[in-house]
Ligand binder design. Sequence first.
Ligand SMILES: Cc1cc2nc3c(=O)[nH]c(=O)nc-3n(C[C@H](O)[C@H](O)[C@H](O)COP(=O)(O)O)c2cc1C
Ligand code: SF4
Length: 646
Amino acid sequence: MASIFDPIKIGNVEIKNRIMMAATMSNFANLDGSVSDQLVAYLKNIAAGEVGVIVTGHAFIDDIASKGYKHMLGCHRSGLGLDKLAKAVKEYDCTCIVQLNHIGPKADPAFTKGPPRGPIDTVSHFRKKPVDVQMLTVEEIKELVKAYGAAAARVEAAGFDGVEIHSAHNYLLSSFISPVYNTRDDEYGGDLEGRLRFTLEVLESVKQNVSEDFITGVRWNGRELIPGGLSLEEGVKIGQIFEKAGMDYLNVSQTSTVRKASIPTTFDDAGEFTYIPAKVKEKVSLPVVGVGGLHTPELIKKALDDNRMDIVAICRGLIADPHLVKKIKENRAAEQQLCIRCDLCLERTWAGLGLMCSVNSMMGKEASRDLSPLPESKRKKIIVVGGGVAGMEAAIKATRKGHEVTLYEMRGRLGGQVLAASVIKDLDTFKALVNSYEARLKSLDVSIKLNHKITAEEINQLQPDSVIIATGAEEKIADIPGASQSHVTTGTAVLSGKIDVTGEVAVIGATMIGCQVALHLARNGCRVKLIGKTPESDFGSGLMMDNVQITLIDRMAENGVKLYPETELTEIKENAIVVKISEGGQEVFETDTVVFTEEFVPVITITPDMMNENINTFQVGDCTKPKNIFSAIQQGANAAFELSKD
Ligand SMILES: Cc1cc2nc3c(=O)[nH]c(=O)nc-3n(C[C@H](O)[C@H](O)[C@H](O)COP(=O)(O)O)c2cc1C
Ligand code: SF4
């Protein structure tokens, strides 16, 4: 049984601990695939956080059809600055492996010469619009086999420790392995042996082009969670075949359609896929890597204690907190910025945008923002009004820049709307986020005044250099007949436990918040109707990402929430509501409680014009315009950096 800080050998290289940064495409490379300063700064920061191994995001291997994203890293020729990246990471005693990939049928034709390529002629639906895919000829396969080998040689020459061949997640090699996507009838299709032939030739070519001490690993789907997809048995067998092919480590992932996320969202169980590497581990002796939601010290420990894997790969957990391993090592795990599994990072990179994160405001800005404290002469006195995530983020970043910060919160606890939402079962990560903010504020010794609704007069008397107003937003009960009755309330009031809700409940507003409140109440035994003005396809949208939204809709269905799209509330009676449905008809539903979640309005207690002229004032977060956690945290951080400029 291994523990997180036990070293482990991969091939002939000793890795200092059991944490791998799973391959994470950042979209930080230059347009030509070369290494940018931001890519270097980002991976350097991950290495500084003390992970044992970094696997870079997938890198394309030729200049024909292997590139899939605008700012994807390239290994298709020399002179791309790969050596700068290797040098930066290796300064931190961190093993660094480049993931080689051909994007195959998931390509955007904008980046390929000719159509995207795949095992068969088909139309692929991985992009927003359908894409025509052209079947690779045997000659083209042979060329690609050589291209992988040449790319691996360039990676070794640049000073990296190894390469990982990406044959997971429906990209080219993965789609050759899959019985669903590969229906060829030549030697590269058919049974498992045929479908694996291309990948095995690639692995052989790579091994022939690198030295013995250079790590070669492979990532594949231990299981395809799609009808007719690879079974777990086949996935395990593939692992055994890769071991025989001379790999140094086996990285087991999984894939699916979006409806059943292979990357666990906040509505899935974190760590639910550890049974897959565990099965592989039973049959091989190489180091086995597993992945999927293993973001907390407890889940990491359990995966290792239960011998489910030898190395724990983490992607989003390290995007959210690149210094997670260092914090665990220094007994500061309470300060972990836990990933809330919202998948904003994924949506951004799929859309060709640079990696950013809902909870880590520094992500994507490593090269342009400096967190080191300002000289004494530039330090300021700052007041932050409001202890939601925007205010807490502003307070932390301003304190780190060396300013003297006091944070005022009118309630008895920090956290605002995020704390309120954290009672929802699926949003336990929100609770962790608030706890983490509190722990970080404490460790920075920020002065916090709870139960203190500070006024403009007080602020003017205290004479700060800057004020950051982060007073948040609150839910509004719509102005319709019957809305002032005692059984009419808001989602926040329900979640905070101020009101005991039972029986027939109508939740008004089908935004992500409305859906979550509806799910929460249904799980608590209420019979819930969710009334939304939008079409059903827009239920749960607006704040979270496609696959998170889809999973949320699935969970509501499982818990019996009845959806009423394109429906408008017109009147609230004592025991019923009256709604107008899109076709112009009217219906009356028996209702014990009506819960409004539709509209948030800014809480305005202090405005910039109330401040003395010499006070520099910023407004951040929902008090400017109610949006989401990402924008609140970004705005909080932005204000702290902005006021540090002069
Ligand atoms: C933004 C983002 C980029 C990713 N890029 C890659 C990639 O380049 N190659 C790869 O094999 N997997 C990639 N993945 C999948 C992750 O490596 C990992 O398998 C998945 O996110 C589940 O792990 P997690 O729960 O720790 O995030 C990416 C995931 C995310 C969220
Ligand atoms: S954007 Fe969301 S899912 Fe991605 S790392 Fe950050 S918190 Fe996690």
